[in-house]
Design a binder for this molecule. Sequence first.
Ligand code: MN
Length: 150
Amino acid sequence: MSEYELHRSHRGDFHWDKVPVLAYKQEGSAPFKKVTRQILFEDASLDCQLRYFEVAAGGHTTLERHSHVHAVMVVRGSGSCLVGAQVHALNTHDLIKVPPLTWHQFRAPAEHPLGFLCMVNSARDRPQLPSSADLVSLREVALVADFIRV
Ligand code: MN
């Protein structure tokens, strides 16, 4: 976003003026289902980005971890997420922090989308995907085994 573009109107349904709806990730680069990404704010002087992700009904983000932190606020619908070894039910306006190197995944229920804002550092490490050994460890907790999608 140029520094001269101070205001972008919300066009309804979580779409904004001149904010393109992007692929969540490059197709085939990681497992995910029915997720889109929009970059709302990106500014070198802030050193962070604010994105809006939307997981369509029945979809999920990638199960991943990385050194950078996520600060998340749910703004549409409800759903659930894994952070570490815990599954959290998410309602609109709930906050979730994902600490460094902590496995995480977001899921929308079958009935409706889950939309959330996610703040991250502009310069950040690439997400790591779980190895087979990581999956074995994750699945030692029954709730986690039931939750994850890979
Ligand atoms: Mn992540």
